[in-house]
Design a protein around this ligand. Structure first.
Ligand code: ADP
Length: 181
């Protein structure tokens, strides 16, 4: 019997500012879990927005719809015993509650924390520069709100630790959940 057929699904939901490190950590975590013989997929905000969600803008309503669709996809993966790592800014508490509610059990929420000025310095996609020049509107942290979670389930500080250290913290957190659920 293969290891994969024994696996239980779960959803790991990474949220935080653009450039905080969600995608970087998700890819490292995927690799690590695959080394354990698990089947993992990544759902990334940028990828969904360039395809299935390309009809959506960054208004509050559309952001909510973006999260709703992502969470519904993740739920379908979960039903198929797949481990899904989601990387979405998920700016408001109500968005996180929406995702948590849709997915239900076997869900871990991780705040990928990085100060705004560090994200701006990194400016991986050049978006902060554009947002500051008003070439992009509704940009999280600049012209659109990001609500700092009051009681995050798990918080990872990417400005003070390496990507691998950050990934390992997430891994250690979800490891018992993967074994226990
Ligand atoms: P997001 O998906 O949150 O928009 P990305 O993963 O695309 O962010 O970009 C984060 C950038 O920050 C990458 O260039 C990455 O190499 C860098 N970085 C520096 N330190 C860390 C860390 N500890 N964790 C994750 N990314 C980090």
């Amino acid at each position: 019997m293969s290891i994969i057929s024994d696996q239980k699904g779960m959803v790991v939901w990474l949220y935080g500012l653009s450039g905080a490190g969600k995608t970087t950590i998700s890819l490292l975590l995927k690799q690590k879990l695959e080394n354990d013989g698990l089947f993992v997929i990544c759902l990334d905000g940028d990828e969904l927005r360039s395809g299935i969600n390309k009809d959506l803008t960054f208004t509050e309503n559309d952001r909510e719809e973006n999260i709703r669709r992502a969470a519904e996809i993740a739920r379908l993966m979960l039903l198929n015993n797949i481990i899904t790592i989601c990387s979405f800014i998920t700016p408001l508490q109500k968005h996180r509650a929406l995702a948590a509610g849709i997915i239900g059990e076997s869900y871990a929420e991780v705040f990928i924390e990085c100060p705004l000025d560090v994200c701006q310095t990194r400016d991986v996609k050049g978006l902060y520069k554009k947002a500051q020049a008003n070439q992009i509107t509704h940009f999280t942290g600049i012209s659109s709100e990001f609500e700092i979670p009051a009681n995050p389930e798990l918080i990872i500080h990417t400005a003070t630790e390496t990507p691998v250290e950050c990934m390992e913290k997430v891994y250690r957190y979800i490891e018992p959940l993967l074994k226990g659920i």
